[in-house]
Design a binder for this molecule. Sequence first.
Ligand SMILES: [Zn+2]
Length: 108
Amino acid sequence: MTTATERRDGESWTLLQTMLEEQFTLHTHRLTELTVSARLPRRGGYDDRTLEASAAAARQGIADTAHALRRMSEGTYGRCEECSRPIPLGRLRAQPHARYCTPCHRSR
Ligand SMILES: [Zn+2]
């Protein structure tokens, strides 16, 4: 059995890793910014609901990208977590943290 890394074109893989690292950094900065705003007078102009929803989205983004980067280092990235089939490269390019192939994602 070949690993996901061997199976894929190395250049695309490097690009996906870069995208994931950039997204991880972006979500982390966003969460920091929101945490700071929450402590400001009038919450930095955010209403409570927007602030909470944005913070939740940033936390989810951090969790998703960290999970994908871990799978990349373990060599399981790019395989569906449900059926173990390879996730098409186009889907990974659109959503680098995708954990499931399209049929499994739809049935969840
Ligand atoms: Zn699947």
